[in-house]
Write a protein that binds this ligand. Sequence first.
Ligand code: GLC
Ligand code: MN
Length: 346
Amino acid sequence: MQTPYVLNHKAGINGLGAGVWNLGPGGDPFGGPTREAIPMIDRLPLLAEAGMSFYEAHDHEIPASDADKAKKRADECGLKCGMYTPSFFADSVFKDGGMTSNDAAVRKLALENAKRAVDTTVQLGASVMVFWNGREGFDFIMAKNGRDSFKRLIEGFNAVGQYSKEKYGDKVRFGLEPKPNEPRANMYLANVGEGLYLISRLDSDIQHLFGMNPETAHSRIAGLDYVWDIELCLEAGKLFHIHLNAQDGQRYDQDLPFGYTEPLKDMALCMVLQDAQYEGIICFDVKAPRTDDPKNIQDVLHVSAKNLTWLWNRALEVDRKKIEQLRADNRATAIAGYLAECLYGC
Ligand code: GLC
Ligand code: MN
C-alpha cells in the first residue's frame, strides 16, 4: 500500500487522482482485452492502493444507480471523487455526438444524461463535472452544419448550467476537455481556444460555472504546446481541472505515463502551476498498456506519480529571478539550458 502521493507546497487541494477507466482490460481498436476486466467499483481500492487520493468516472462506468455503492467503497478506502463525466461517446445512440447530433431526440437524451450526471456528481461529492468532446464532431464535411452545431453546444451547456445553478447554486463547476481528433476526424472544441470562445458565448449568469480541463496528450496530438494551453486557461481564470499524461508525437492518443516523453516541458508546466498557485485537483489520464500483466496494472499510476513529484520538486528549485534576468538579456537558449541543468543536474 502506497501512502497517498502529495506535492510539496501545492496551493489548495493536494493529492493526486486518476480515472477508473485508466485501469482497463487493455483492449484497443485492433484487438480485444488482454486482461480480465476488473469491476468498476473494485478499481477504487486499486487506485487508493497506488497512492491516489481521488478517482474519476464516467456515467457508464459508475451509473447513478451505483452511486451509493461507489461512495461507500470510496469512503472505506479513503478516496474522494475528483470529477464525474457524462459519456456522449460510448453508447451507439451517440454515434454522431450528443449535443451536436442532427437528431433532436438524441440531443434531448444527451441533455437528460448531462442533467442526471450533475445530480450524480453532487451525490458522489465531486465539485467538477467534465465534458469531453468525444463524438461531438464530424468525419465528412457538410455532414453537419458547423454553425448549427456550435449553437447547439451553446444551448446544451446553457441548459445544463441553468439546471445546475437552480438546483445546486455554484456547487458544481464544469470543465470542458478539448481534443482535436479521435474518435472523430474533426472534433468541435478541438483546443483550449475554442473552449474558451464557447464559454464566452454562454449566458452571463452561468458563465462563471464553466472552465477548462486541458489534457497533455490532447494538446500534443494537435501539435500545440501544453504549457501555453495551461497558461492561457490560467490567464482566463478558467483552469478548473487538469489531466496529465504524455504523448509520443502526433499520432493516436496514447495516454502514456506523465513525464515519459517531454520531462523538461513537464517541469516547466509544474513551474507554471506553482507560480499561479493552482488550487484545483491534479489528475492523471493514463492508460495501463495492454502489454502489462494484471498484477502490474497500477504501474502506470506509480510511474506517473513518481515522475510528477520528482519534476514538481525540481520545479520548486528553479530560480525564477534567474529566468527573468535571462529573459531581460534576450537569452532564450540559455533559459532552455538552465532548465535542463535544473532537471538533469548537469
Ligand atoms: C474519455 C477520454 C478522456 C476524458 C474522459 C472524460 O475517457 O478519453 O480523455 O478525460 O473521457 O470525459
Ligand atoms: Mn482526459
